[in-house]
Design a protein around this ligand. Structure first.
Ligand code: NAD
Length: 361
C-alpha cells in the first residue's frame, strides 16, 4: 500500500530545502523498499499569488488524504502588508486546525560536531538530545473569553483565558509517555501548579495517566525552574511535556541551545499520528534563491516523518546517521560554517546526505 506524502514547499527558501528533503526521502525509500507517492500543493504566499487564498481548497483536499505533509516555510515581505486574516501564516494555522494537529514535537539535538555553535559551554550541551512535547491546539492561545475592553471610566483591560479540559490533557500526556517509552523512559511534565488552577489539573491528570505507564519515571517541574534548568544543565532532560504557552517559550529556548536555526526540525501530529513536518526556521527572504540555505532542518523533518507517521524507524535512523556522517566529514552550509569561504550550497549538502544514505544499499 503506497504512503502518500504531500509536499508544501511554500515561500522563500521553502522550495529549496523541501527539494533536498524529498531527494533524501526517495533515497531512503529505495534503500528500505518503501512505496512513497508524492503530491505537491501550494500553501502560504505562493498560494495567495496563484489561487487567491493561503490554504486553497485543492491543498486542503490533498492534505486530508495524505499520510504525512512536509512543509518548507511560508511568508515574506511581499505579503506583509496584507490584513492579518489574509496573510500566508493563516495557511499554516488553517492546516494545523484542519488536521487537528494537537501534538507538537520539537527535538533539540546538538550534534557534537557543532557544539561550538551553542551559546552555552560545549561540555554543557555536547550530545544534548531532548524532545519537547507541546500541546498545540488548546490553552491560553485559544481560550475564551479573550479581548481588550474599555471600561466606563476609560481604562483599557486586556484578558485571555488559559483553559484545558482533562480530555485534552490526557491525550497529549499519553503520547508523551509513549515517546518516553521509545527513548530513555524519563518524562518531565512542566506546569505552574503552585499558582494556576488549570495547571493544577494538568499535574493531576498527567499523574493519573502515569499509572498506565509504570515503566516511565515521571517528574514534575514548575515552568520557572524548567527555564532555569534548561540553560543550567539541559542534559538532565529527555522528554519534556507541557502546555501551549509554556511549550512555545521552552521549545525556543531549547532550540537556541543548539546554535543554528538551520538544523531544527519539528512535527505536529494528530490522534491518528498523521502529521505536518516542518523546519523550525522561516522563509529566510534574505537568502532565498541564492542556494545558501541549510537543508538539514528540512531533511531532519523528513526523518521525523518516517519515524512518527510512517513508523519506519530504521529508515529514520539511517537519515539521521547520514546527517551525522556529513557533519563528521566537515561539510557546512553558511549558517554553521566557520567562515563563508568554507560554506557549501544547499544542493551540495543535500547531495552528500543522499550519497550517505544510498551507500547503505
Ligand atoms: P527566518 O527563520 O526566516 O530567518 C531568520 C534568520 O535565520 C535569517 O537571517 C535567515 O537567513 C536565517 N535562516 C533561517 N533558516 C535558515 C536556513 N535553513 N539556513 C540558513 N539560514 C537560515 O525568520 P524571520 O526572518 O523572522 O522570518 C522570515 C519570514 O518567515 C517571515 O515572513 C515570517 O513570518 C516567516 N516565518 C515562517 C515560519 C513558518 O513557515 N513556519 C516560521 C517563522 C517565520
Amino acid at each position: 500500500m503506497p504512503r502518500r506524502i504531500l509536499l508544501l514547499p511554500g515561500d522563500g527558501i521553502g522550495p529549496e530545502v523541501v527539494e533536498q528533503a524529498q531527494r533524501v526521502l526517495i533515497a531512503a525509500a529505495s534503500v528500505f523498499n518503501l512505496d512513497l507517492v508524492f503530491d505537491s500543493a501550494d500553501l502560504g504566499g505562493v498560494a495567495i499569488d496563484k489561487q487567491g487564498h493561503p490554504y486553497p481548497e485543492t491543498t486542503r483536499s490533498l492534505a486530508r488524504q495524505a499520510d504525512a505533509v512536509l512543509l518548507g516555510a511560508v511568508g515574506g515581505p511581499k505579503w506583509d502588508s496584507l490584513p492579518a486574516a489574509e496573510r500566508p501564516e493563516r495557511g499554516l494555522l488553517g492546516i494545523r486546525s484542519d488536521l487537528d494537529l494537537f501534538c507538537n514535537l520539537r527535538p533539540a539535538i546538538l550534534y557534537p560536531q557543532l557544539a561550538e555553535a551553542s551559546s552555552l559551554k560545549p561540555d554543557l550541551v555536547a550530545g544534548l538530545n531532548l524532545l519537547i512535547v507541546r500541546e498545540l491546539t488548546g490553552g491560553i492561545y485559544f481560550g475564551e473569553p479573550r479581548g481588550v475592553e474599555t471600561s466606563a471610566d476609560g481604562v483599557r483591560k486586556g484578558f485571555n483565558t488559559d483553559v484545558y479540559d482533562e480530555t485534552e490533557i490526557r491525550r497529549i500526556a499519553k503520547l508523551a509517555f509513549q515517546f518516553a517509552q521509545k527513548r530513555s523512559a524519563r518524562l518531565c511534565s512542566v506546569d505552574k501548579a503552585n499558582v494556576l488552577e488549570v495547571t493544577m489539573l494538568w499535574r493531576e491528570v498527567v499523574s493519573e495517566v502515569s499509572e498506565e505507564y509504570p515503566d516511565i519515571e515521571l517528574s514534575h517541574m514548575y515552568v520557572d525552574n524548567a527555564a532555569m534548568q534548561l540553560v543550567r544543565e539541559p542534559k538532565q532532560f529527555d522528554v519534556m511535556l507541557t502546555g501551549n504557552l509554556f511549550g512555545d517559550i521552552l521549545s525556543d529556548t531549547a532550540a537556541m541551545l543548539t546554535g543554528s536555526i538551520g538544523m531544527l526540525p519539528s512535527a505536529s501530529l494528530n490522534a491518528e499520528s498523521r502529521g505536518l513536518y516542518e523546519p523550525v526556521h522561516g522563509s529566510a527572504p534574505d537568502i532565498a534563491g541564492e542556494g545558501k540555505a541549510n537543508p538539514l532542518a528540512a531533511i531532519l523533518s523528513a526523518s521525523m516523518l518516517l519515524r512518527y507517521s510512517l513508523d519506519e524507524g530504521a529508515a529514520a535512523d539511517a537519515v539521521e546517521a547520514a546527517v551525522e556522517h556529513v557533519l563528521d566529514s566537515g561539510l557546512r552550509t553558511l549558517d554553521i560554517a566557520n567562515s563563508p569561504a568554507d560554506a557549501v550550497s544547499t544542493k551540495v549538502m543535500g547531495d552528500a546526505v543522499v550519497t550517505a544514505i544510498s551507500s547503505l544499499s
